[in-house]
Structures are given as structure tokens and as C-alpha cells.
Ligand binder design. Structure first.
Ligand SMILES: Cc1cc2nc3c(=O)[nH]c(=O)nc-3n(C[C@H](O)[C@H](O)[C@H](O)COP(=O)(O)OP(=O)(O)OC[C@H]3O[C@@H](n4cnc5c(N)ncnc54)[C@H](O)[C@@H]3O)c2cc1C
Length: 437
């Protein structure tokens, strides 16, 4: 059994994993290329640098991010503990002083007797060497090339174009109908949200006038004709969307026996069919604007969003094809964590770093059956990353990923999901001390 591992990337996921692995008794070589080689978004050479906002989102135990952080805290996350120590006042959210936080992570890494920090770019991967790749959304070119050779270029993406995802419970299903175009297939996979003529043109006008998020300098000029933001399509002419993602052809509404003027199609995002994405609705609209404009569509009037649309530079794997449930690249000894796996967000990066560390330790102990509880947040998030999904895109943690519970009230449903999660974690210990040779 080996007791040595190379962790590539000293960001949120890499630092969490390095500390967990070292605490459990493994010797860790942590590679961080900054400040020698930098990324277009990082500004310092600090470990665990937050590239943008200083918020880890909500702490309230009734929110998805609150319960997620509580799980990480209960399971012994090193970085969540350091984030709590670096807090700045922000109501019920966990916002931090980013310099204090990075300094605390650097101190924990530098003072750990089992961690060696190498300030170098890792430029190659050996499938036989126990490795954790945590190089993030802006992985270096050389490392990306090495991933290309290992898994094939078609399984690694550089840009995400994310359509909004809504919670099924929040839709007005009286204003929608289930149907596949031309009635193809055995059962309907799509929910269709029709718009009449007046609503359609009001919707298009709102898109044309809307505020978009300014692209970062390194993201400009990267739009593909086949994957334009909806607001850009709307600007090309009032009928463009009706001949594009909103085309109603082949979608007779069974309630009226007429073809609607235009349609937004929703497709299930997860196996449990609790989350639906707006097909072809990748967008750069500001989040509040998305909510406001999509509420013009009758079925989406009160929609709750598990994820808003986005388009930005982001290196990520086609995880369902490439990774085992343990986040190991199939057929290798290389594990992955963080945004590279499609787990979007700071807390998700820390969580998947922790998860990967626990899976590595379990495999090295010979416990092939080790798994996180299904009802836990990390169990649910990593299931989303590795379950088959032909339209895989990065995702934040949200309630829609947790196992479905049958109850009429949405409030009760979330309460039960939280109870189930905490109950499942009560006797779960992901990090028994590692006794490798
Ligand atoms: C511009 C931008 C803004 C974002 N803003 C937010 C936000 O506000 N809130 C939020 O929740 N999420 C945000 N995210 C998404 C995501 O949560 C963060 O990117 C998060 O930091 C990801 O953590 P990570 O550990 O996967 O990667 P990172 O934190 O980026 O860490 C990866 C590390 O690997 C290093 N590295 C890369 N290649 C190599 C190599 N070959 N050898 C050695 N080291 C290497 C990098 O220098 C970096 O330190 C943002 C992403 C981007 C790109």
C-alpha cells in the first residue's frame, strides 16, 4: 500500500484534500504553480485564493448551502473551519476576509509535517501514480494537454454555456404540457411551456432590452454560432427564437389541440426529475433579470431556480463519462476534485476535495464498498457528477439533488431532506486514521 500522493493545485479543493490526506497519515506533495505561472483570474500567489466574491453563501440550516456547510463542518472540513475563523459580518452568510483565510490555509499547509509544498507547474500526469488533480476552472495549458492525452479531447470542455435550471415543484403545471416533438419516443421526456403571440413578443423585447453580465477580458470572443446566448438570438430579429429553441413545430398542445405560437421546452436535469433545464436557453443575463424575464412565461411565473444561466470560461471534465463514483479517472490512479469535476462554487470545491480524499483513503485501505450516504449533500452532489447525463454541465449544490421525498408541501419536503441528511451522517466517519505503510 502506498502512503504517498501528489496533489496538483493549491486552490480550495486541493488544499482541503491535502490537509485531510495528511491528517490521515499520508505523505502529500502539493503542487501549486502560482506565483510563477498564473491564471487569468487569480491575483496573488496565495493558496486557496478566492477568485471573485468573498462569500461562501448562506449558513441558515434551512438553506441548501447552509445544510451543505453544516455537513462539511460535521465531517471535519479543515477549510470550512478556517473560513469560520476568518469571518466578516454578513448576516446569515459566511463571508470571509480573503487574505486572513489564505494566510490561515498557508499556515496549516506549511506547518503540516506530512505536506511538502512545491511551487511548480505540474505538466504531466502518470496514470499509475496516485494523484489528485484539483487544478480548477483555469487549469494550466500543459496540464490540460496531459488530461487531453489521457481521456480524449472530446471529454474536456473549456467553456460552459449553462441554461437555467428550475425546480419542478415551483412550476405551474396547468400552464404546461408533457410531450416530445412529433410524439417521438415511448413516454414524454419534455415539459413544454407555451407562449401566445403577445407574450412571445413581450418576452423577446424584454430580452433585447436586458442587462447582461460583462464578459471578463479572457472570455471575450469565445461565442460559438451553434451556442449563442438567448438574448443575442433575440437581438438578431423578433422571429429568431421562434425558429430556434422556441420553435413550436411538432408540439401540438393536447389541451387546445393547437400548435402554440412559441414554446420553451424543459428537460429533466436529474434522474429523479425534480429539476428541469430550459432547453437551449444559455444566457449571460444577470440573475435577477433572468428571473424577471422568464416569469413572463405563464408556466414559469413563480419558478424557483436551482441554477441560473451562465456562460464563462471553465475547464471541466465530462465527469459522467470520465469519472467513477469515487471521482477517479476510469482505469487510472488519478482522482479529480473541485470545479474540474463540474462541482460549481467555493463550498462545492472544498466539499469535493474532502470527498475525493475520503475515497482515496478508503481505496488505499482496501475498502472498495466505502461510500458517502445517499441522503448526504456530498453523496447527492457526486452522484450528479457521475450519473449518466448526456447534457452534463457544472452545477452548484441544491435541494433538487437530494433524494426525493414524497410530500405535498415544499417546506416539509426540504425539512425532511435536511433531517434525512443529518440522520445519515450521525454515524458516518469518512476519515478514520490511515495506517498505510
Ligand atoms: C472568474 C471566476 C469567478 C468565480 N467566482 C466564484 C464566486 O464568486 N463564488 C463561487 O462560489 N464560485 C466562483 N467561481 C467558481 C469556483 O468556485 C472557483 O473557481 C473555485 O475557486 C474552484 O475551486 P478549485 O479548487 O476547483 O480551483 P481553484 O481554486 O482555481 O484552484 C486551482 C489551483 O490550481 C492551480 N493550478 C492550475 N494548473 C496547475 C498546474 N498545472 N500545476 C500546479 N498548479 C496548477 C491554480 O493556480 C489554482 O491555485 C468562479 C470561477 C471563475 C473562473
Amino acid at each position: 500500500m502506498t502512503a504517498k500522493i501528489r496533489v496538483i493545485g493549491g486552490g480550495l479543493s486541493g488544499c482541503e484534500a491535502a490537509l485531510q490526506l495528511a491528517d490521515a497519515g499520508m505523505d502529500v506533495e502539493l503542487w501549486e504553480m502560482r506565483p510563477t505561472v498564473t491564471t487569468p483570474a487569480h491575483k496573488t500567489g496565495n493558496l486557496a485564493e478566492l477568485v471573485c466574491s468573498n462569500s461562501f453563501k448562506g449558513l441558515a440550516l434551512t438553506s441548501a448551502h447552509g445544510i451543505f456547510k453544516e455537513e462539511l463542518r460535521l465531517m471535519g472540513s479543515r477549510l470550512i473551519a478556517l473560513a469560520m475563523e476568518s469571518r466578516v459580518p454578513a448576516g446569515e452568510s459566511l463571508a470571509i476576509d480573503r487574505d486572513l483565510f489564505s494566510a490561515a490555509v498557508e499556515k496549516a499547509i506549511a506547518s503540516h509535517p506530512r505536506i511538502t509544498l512545491r511551487r511548480e507547474e505540474a505538466d504531466s500526469l502518470d496514470p499509475r501514480e496516485l494523484t489528485l488533480v484539483a487544478t480548477g476552472p483555469l487549469s494550466s495549458d500543459k496540464l490540460t494537454q496531459s488530461l487531453f492525452s489521457l481521456i480524449g479531447s472530446e471529454r474536456l470542455y473549456f467553456f460552459d454555456s449553462i441554461a437555467p435550471v428550475v425546480e419542478l415543484d415551483s412550476l405551474d403545471l396547468d400552464q404546461a404540457f408533457a410531450k416530445n416533438r412529433w410524439d417521438k419516443g415511448t413516454e414524454p421526456d419534455f415539459l413544454n411551456c407555451p407562449l401566445d403571440k403577445e407574450t412571445y413578443f413581450a418576452f423577446v423585447e424584454a430580452l433585447v432590452q436586458a442587462d447582461t453580465v460583462e464578459a471578463k477580458p479572457f472570455e471575450k470572443g469565445q461565442l460559438f454560432e451553434g451556442c449563442l446566448p438567448v438574448e443575442e438570438m433575440a437581438r438578431r430579429g423578433p422571429e429568431t427564437l421562434r425558429y430556434g429553441p422556441m420553435r413550436p413545430i411538432g408540439l401540438h398542445d393536447p389541451r387546445t389541440d393547437k400548435r402554440p405560437f412559441a414554446v420553451i421546452q424543459l428537460r429533466a436535469e436529474n434522474r429523479q426529475r425534480t429539476l428541469y433545464n430550459l432547453v437551449g436557453f444559455q444566457t449571460r443575463l444577470k440573475w435577477g433579470t433572468q428571473k424577471q424575464i422568464f416569469s413572463l412565461v405563464p408556466a414559469l411565473k413563480n419558478a424557483a431556480y436551482a441554477r441560473f444561466g451562465a456562460m464563462h470560461r471553465n475547464t471541466f471534465l465530462n465527469s459522467p463519462q470520465v469519472l467513477e463514483p469515487s471521482l477517479r479517472i476510469k482505469g487510472t490512479r488519478i482522482y479529480c476534485a473541485g470545479q474540474l469535476t463540474g462541482a460549481e462554487g467555493y463550498t462545492e470545491a472544498i466539499g469535493t476535495g474532502m470527498y475525493a480524499a475520503s475515497m482515496i483513503l478508503a481505496h488505499e485501505r482496501g475498502e472498495a464498498s466505502f461510500a458517502w450516504p445517499e441522503a448526504s449533500c456530498l453523496g447527492a452532489l457526486t452522484r450528479h457528477l457521475t450519473d449518466p447525463n448526456p447534457d452534463f454541465q457544472p452545477m452548484n449544490f441544491n435541494f433538487g439533488l437530494l433524494p426525493k421525498v414524497e410530500t405535498r408541501s415544499k417546506k416539509d419536503k426540504k425539512g425532511i431532506q435536511i433531517e434525512n441528511c443529518l440522520a445519515a451522517l450521525a454515524d458516518f466517519r469518512p476519515f478514520p486514521a490511515f495506517a498505510g505503510c
